[in-house]
Design a protein around this ligand. Structure first.
Ligand code: AG3
Length: 288
């Protein structure tokens, strides 16, 4: 039996037994591996980094999708940057009020592989009539778009590979211009304990482009090293401060059945531990 060893961090790694190898290949843009692990089920890795597993994907996908959607309360038009396994689309299409979804993906082969090998992630969402799937570079798509969205969700890989441009000033500026008055941008922003520069760097960039910004967090077991941070930005501070009673009403009305998300978890996720606040502070001062 072989073992998959993640290569994301110097000096610290996670290893998963490959109990059944399923796929290994190169899309021309990324190295892809799919295998089954006895504890986490099917696992997808890109360029040696665990992207998602059947067992713990619910934490990430529920939080990245439902927190902004329920905080906003009237999301109709969504732009997704990074389709990948389609897990984020599965959670988005569960909201009946959403009318239009544009999903932009740079690597068509990853989508097709996941549709086949991780079918429970997209769970039919790729065939939803509200979805328009576009194969393009996320930043380039945004730069030429004239559409307005209520929500932009960025489900990217880490900044090292094809996703590098999704962590830049240009990306956040373009997102800001495509969002309506109370529109929200929510992004994958790494594990702050192990990727500390990412938190401070994003804070500074979001602060440059948006009237309101912040982070929320959740611990996803296979994104080792503690909580993962999600970036949050909006042209209005109102949506980040949506009160608990309102969240409860919206959640009940949505009919969602979740395994991680609750309105209480939603609110608590915005409370950051001191070390994260310090990283943000340091990032804001770095280039001030
Ligand atoms: N994309 C984010 C994976 C990030 C892994 N990074 C890390 N552990 N620092 C997940 C794709 C799920 N649809």
């Amino acid at each position: 039996m072989s073992e998959f060893r993640e290569t994301l961090y110097a000096g610290y790694a996670q290893a998963l037994s490959v109990d059944e190898p399923i796929y290994q290949g190169n899309t021309g843009q990324q190295e892809v591996q799919v295998f089954r692990n006895r504890r986490f089920g099917r696992v997808l890795t890109l360029d040696g980094v665990v992207q998602t597993t059947e067992a713990d994907e619910f934490v990430y996908h529920e939080m990245l999708a439902h927190v902004p959607i329920l905080a906003h309360g009237a999301v109709r038009r969504v732009l997704v940057i990074g389709v990948g396994d389609g897990g984020i689309l599965r959670e988005i299409v569960r909201h009946a009020g959403i009318e239009d979804i544009v999903a932009v993906e740079i690597d068509p082969q990853v989508v097709e592989l996941c549709r086949e090998l991780l079918p429970n992630h997209s769970a039919g969402a790729l065939d939803d009539p509200r979805l328009r799937l576009v194969y393009a570079d996320g930043l380039e798509y945004l730069a030429q778009s004239r559409e307005r969205f209520d929500l932009i969700l960025c489900d990217s890989t880490d900044p090292g590979g094809p996703a590098a441009s999704l962590f830049t000033d240009a990306f956040y500026r373009n997102c800001q211009q495509r969002l309506g008055a109370s529109g929200i941008l929510a992004t994958q922003n790494g594990v702050p304990f192990l990727q500390p520069e990412e938190l401070g760097g994003t804070a500074r960039r979001l602060a440059d482009s948006f009237a309101d910004w912040g982070f929320f967090h959740a611990a996803v077991p296979t994104y080792i090293g503690g909580s993962m941070a999600f970036g949050w930005a909006s042209n209005s501070e109102k949506v980040r401060r949506t009160d608990l009673e309102t969240l409860r009403q919206r959640f009940t009305k949505s009919g969602l059945v979740t395994r991680y998300y609750t309105p209480e978890v939603h609110q608590a996720a915005f409370a950051l531990p001191r070390y994260m606040l310090d990283l943000i502070e340091a990032g804001l001062q770095r280039d001030a």
